[in-house]
Design a protein around this ligand. Structure first.
Ligand SMILES: [Zn+2]
Length: 104
């Protein structure tokens, strides 16, 4: 085993990396959904394109502005235009994708 192997690290992007964007592949995805569900229990969804609760949670989780904007775009791709739609539409879709190990 060569001990002096040069570690080829990918160039660090100055903007959002995929690991910072909250989506179904994110290790804290469930944490995000739990927080969003709890927030929607307390605060009524404003509807339309409002994602104030989602944005606040992502900010609390330490995402920067670019990552939050990217995440919101991703939510909208899956029908999550407002906070309650992110919780219902996007989480439903994520479950379908991640639940592939279930046969039926
Ligand atoms: Zn809504």
């Amino acid at each position: 085993m060569p001990t002096t192997s040069t570690t080829t690290s990918p160039p660090t992007a100055p903007t959002a990396t995929s690991s910072q964007i909250i989506n179904a592949d994110h290790p804290r995805w469930n944490e995000f959904l739990d927080a969003l569900g709890a927030a929607l229990d307390r605060t009524k969804c404003k509807g339309g394109m409002s994602k104030v609760l989602s944005r606040r949670i992502m900010r609390d989780m330490g995402l920067d502005r670019a990552a939050i904007a990217e995440s919101c775009r991703w939510f909208e791709t899956w029908g999550g235009y407002c906070d309650c739609e992110v919780l219902s539409n996007v989480s439903w879709w994520a479950e379908v994708v991640s639940g592939e190990e279930e046969e039926e």
